[in-house]
Design a protein around this ligand. Structure first.
Ligand code: HEC
Length: 411
């Protein structure tokens, strides 16, 4: 693609030839509309991505990279394999949109007529879900260093539940989106987190990796780049026992500069009766997770038999750096199988909670089977150790995990 411009000069009709006689798509007419829908959530001024796709100049500069990353499906980041699980907010591009982007890039990335441009999108600088019941942040800003490994910091937010309640929606507003990679919100019903703050630490909060570091926690949601905040379905919410504290874990991605961050969390509590409290279950295998150094295809599985009838609302698979594939399937009592999620190019930096459009009905006695593979060899670009080392279950990025959470309701 790099040598395309000279070729175009010699063959002015090539663009037409490529798209079967139709004029090539232009930035202003077709392409920017795809970017608005699927890219600008991250690719905009102040967004998480390294360049903006809101106007022509930048888009034109990156046209060939855009073509490559869209064709190999690395952009937009969307990990679940199609055909296994039907998820809300599926970010994957349709083949038709991929074709438009490809034809545009191949035609030399024409701008087209500016009068075709749609009005620019407005990105919320306010709460997307409306004013929350409480808005919380760390009492002081956190200073993110320029270099070194990524950082996981837990902030104990200034809140304590005055009564038993339910969270029905939450919204995280990253203060500094260029370094906030994701945030996970935990409840601390027994006030255990406070003991983890190091005395004399000049920075707010405490270091935490994997989970929030204390024993009795539940996660009530979070934020990953590009995901819009949402309310739980009618009648559903996460229970918040009276006296609970709220802990926000932020994964900071360093970018070579120092930054300061004071991310905001908005919580919405139930205003009408909760008929279906949300619970979180897990399938994991800690005992067999011993991944030999050099093994490029270590496979493992885990099983859990459901003790009650349930409906699964969302799933959150989890591995660390050397994870390659992870999949969850349900084997129903009649031995029929249902694929719940399959990720074939696991990326530690793009994790999510995937919500089903239609809840998955699973009777008591259903087996959930989690299968995964790891690449602990030098051929894995995410390999941390040179030479590779044996890796076991643990909390650090360089340890591993093998599990999937699932949010469910009972009937
Ligand atoms: C959820 C956020 C997000 C969305 C949505 C997104 N990007 Fe990206 N993009 C990133 C980030 C972050 C990077 C920097 C590299 C990384 O961290 O993977 C990136 C990098 C890129 C790059 C540089 C090459 C590469 O693969 O690293 C291209 C090209 C790109 N994005 C194109 C697109 C296009 C085109 C779309 C929409 C069709 C899109 N992106 C949607 C976050 C996003």
């Amino acid at each position: 693609m790099k040598n395309f411009f000279p070729v175009l000069l010699l063959m002015p009709n090539l663009a037409f030839a490529l798209s079967k006689d139709a004029p090539a798509p232009t930035f202003s007419r077709e392409v920017v509309r795809i970017f608005q829908h699927d890219c600008q959530g991250c690719h905009r001024a102040g967004g998480l991505a390294p360049f903006s796709l809101t106007d022509y100049t930048e888009a034109q500069k990156h046209a060939s990279d855009i073509d490559d990353s869209v064709t190999n499906r690395s952009m937009p980041p969307w990990k679940p394999l199609g055909g296994c699980g039907d998820f809300v907010d599926d970010r994957s591009l349709s083949q038709a949109d991929m074709d438009v982007i490809h034809q545009w890039a191949a035609a030399g990335a024409p701008e087209g007529n500016r009068s075709d441009m749609p009005p620019p999108l407005k990105f919320p600088d306010q709460w997307t879900l409306g004013q929350p019941d409480v808005a919380l942040s760390s009492p002081v800003a956190y200073q993110v260093g320029a270099t070194d490994e990524d950082e996981y910091r837990c902030f104990i937010l200034p809140y304590e539940a005055a009564k038993d309640d339910y969270i029905v929606g939450l919204e995280v507003r990253p203060d500094n989106p260029s370094v906030v990679h994701h945030a996970i919100i935990y409840l601390d019903p027994k006030n255990e987190a406070a003991a983890l703050v190091k005395p004399g630490d000049p920075q707010p909060g405490y270091e935490c990796f994997g989970g929030p570091g204390y024993k009795d926690f539940t996660s009530v949601g979070g934020w990953v780049p590009g995901n819009d905040p949402f309310f739980q379905p009618e009648g559903m919410g996460f229970a918040v026992p009276k006296g609970s504290k709220v802990v926000m874990q932020i994964h900071f991605h360093r970018d070579g500069k120092t930054h300061s961050d004071r991310t905001l969390l908005g919580l919405h509590f139930a205003k009408s009766p909760i008929t279906h409290p949300l619970y979180i279950g897990g399938v994991a295998n800690k005992t067999d997770l011993h991944i030999p150094a050099g093994d490029s295809n270590f496979t493992i599985s885990a099983e859990k038999t459901l003790p009650i009838d349930m409906q699964i609302v969302a799933v959150t698979p989890h591995m660390h750096l050397i994870g390659k594939k992870i999949g969850l399937e349900a084997i129903l009592p009649d031995n029929s199988k249902q694929c719940l999620i399959q990720i074939n190019d696991w990326d530690f930096h793009w994790q999510g909670t995937y919500r089903y459009k239609k809840f998955i009905d699973l009777p008591k006695g259903t087996k959930l089977r989690l299968t995964g593979t790891y690449n602990n060899s030098e051929s894995n670009p995410d390999q941390f150790y040179h030479p590779p080392q044996d890796i076991n279950w643990g909390e650090r990025t360089t340890d591993e995990m093998f599990l999937s959470f699932f949010n469910f309701i009972t009937k």
